[in-house]
Design a protein around this ligand. Structure first.
Ligand code: FES
Ligand SMILES: [Fe+2]
Length: 450
């Protein structure tokens, strides 16, 4: 890596990004510290650890972490490596335990913190008296906790940076779009539950291509022509039901973006959509739509189809309704995890209809996601060669045509088809890569403060 980050990313003047940032291992190593070591990362959902002492093995960048729930119901995130000599402590994907015992030499650590002061504390050391002569300071050798963890409407977020802004500041007004996925469909808060487990799979692509696609790439509709033609959508038309007045809008100072609607104050027709040929399911969504109209009245609301929260969490709010987050493996390989959401109190036929639709749309065998994976993998592979690596990707569509969105803080829109959101993503990426800590990473400034 001989060029500076600013030479590699020029999204404001030229509208290009060097292919090197998608294939170069040295840049990848730097991303782990500068991006994954500082940003708020999505690590899971509370539904994955519903009971005390439940755990879920997750990742932050390439670091394995364990999401735990203690006996008081609090959520913690711990680095999943034994402090003695590094063994991966928890090797199951999910489960319930009061202690993690290391398979190498048998040190054990408390899940919920009872008797040892804090979750992850070192409880037992074989031979503590005889071999260590009682001289090992157990308080010093507990599992490493992730310093900042926040739960937002069931979603769990963590950051290694003690000086990171709060999650609320980090999300900004993008939170409204996230709410659309996490609230009950009729507008009551916090109603989405995870159902049907988790899908995990790997794709031979650079990790950034995935959130970049989900942040607002409407232009690639051509890739999905077959699923549109077959009509895999819930009502048998296209790959999903209609979505009125969609556009791409983004929060350039945060790096987040979304395909959605501008804030509105009365319900658009088609927001709840047709949702299904099954008359019971259709009646349910019509009722939900009616309840939503009454609940919100003329207050501000948004709806959306898909968006990305910088750097690695993407979510679909509507059809399907799901969260995907990416774990970098190397510059050219990524693991994708996806969970599926539905209203907790939806009747079984509604959940069942959603489940079948989600599976034919998303995941490693989902027909729409398969199209996308093909693009990400071959774009990575075709950029690896010594000659191709010298080229740039083009992000020039709509450059210089963004307009402020009056009803959202720090948001811009650029119509329906444009590459504004991808430019926002790479501009933010460059800011993280150039910064030595959070003090160098700009956060939005209110006009009144300028
Ligand atoms: S590496 Fe875990 S007890 Fe030795
Ligand atoms: Fe796609």
């Amino acid at each position: 890596m001989s060029k500076s980050i600013d030479e590699l990313v020029d999204v404001d003047i030229e509208g290009t990004v060097a292919r090197e940032i998608f294939v170069d291992e040295e840049i990848f190593e730097k991303e782990l510290e500068h991006v994954f070591g500082r940003a708020w990362l999505f690590v899971g959902h509370v539904d994955l650890v519903p009971k005390p002492n439940d755990y879920f093995a997750s990742r932050m960048g390439t670091d394995p972490v364990i999401l735990t729930r203690d006996h008081k119901g609090e959520i913690h995130v711990l680095l999943n490596t034994c402090t003695h000599r590094g063994m991966k402590l928890c090797r199951s994907d999910q489960g319930n335990t009061r202690t993690f015992t290391c398979p190498y030499h048998g040190w054990s650590f408390s899940t919920d913190g009872r008797f040892v002061g804090r979750p992850g504390g070192l409880v037992g050391v074989p031979g503590l008296e005889k071999n260590y002569h009682d001289e090992l300071d157990k308080n010093e050798w507990g599992l490493i906790p992730v310093p900042q963890v926040e739960v937002y409407k069931g979603t769990v977020w963590a950051t290694w940076a003690e000086d990171a802004p709060t999650l609320e500041e980090y999300l900004g007004d993008m939170r409204l779009y996230l709410d659309y996925a996490l609230d009950y469909r009729d507008g009551r808060p916090d109603g989405a539950e995870v159902f049907g487990g988790i899908q995990k799979w790997r794709v031979k692509a650079n990790w950034k291509m995935i959130p970049e696609n989900f942040i607002g790439d409407l232009y690639h509709d051509v890739s999905h022509r077959s699923v549109d033609a077959v009509g895999i959508g819930p009502s048998g038309k296209g790959r999903r039901d209609t979505f009125a007045n969609r556009m791409t809008l983004c929060f350039p100072q945060h790096g987040h973006g979304v395909i959605g609607q501008l804030p509105f104050y009365e319900e658009y027709e088609g927001v709840s959509g047709a949702w299904g040929d099954n008359p019971d399911v259709k009646a349910y969504y019509e009722q939900v739509h009616q309840d939503r109209v009454e609940r919100f009245g003329d207050s501000r609301r948004v709806s959306m189809s898909v968006g990305t929260i910088f750097p690695s969490m993407s979510f679909h709010g509507r059809q399907p309704r799901t969260i995907a987050w990416v774990h970098p493996i190397s510059a050219t390989e990524t693991e994708i995890w996806r969970i599926y959401l539905v209203d907790k109190d939806a009747p079984e036929p509604v959940k069942d209809e959603a489940r079948r639709y989600y599976l034919r749309y998303s995941g490693p065998a989902g027909m729409t996601e398969s199209d996308d994976m093909e693009n990400w993998a071959y774009a990575t592979r075709a950029s690896e060669g010594w000659r191709a690596k010298q080229l740039k990707f083009n992000y020039q569509m709509g450059l210089g045509h963004a307009k402020a969105v009056p009803d959202l803080e720090h948001a811009v829109e650029n119509g329906e088809y444009n590459e504004e959101n991808a430019r926002a993503f790479y501009r933010r990426w460059a800011q993280f890569m150039n910064a030595s800590s959070w003090k160098d990473i700009p956060m939005p400034v209110d006009e009144a403060e300028q």
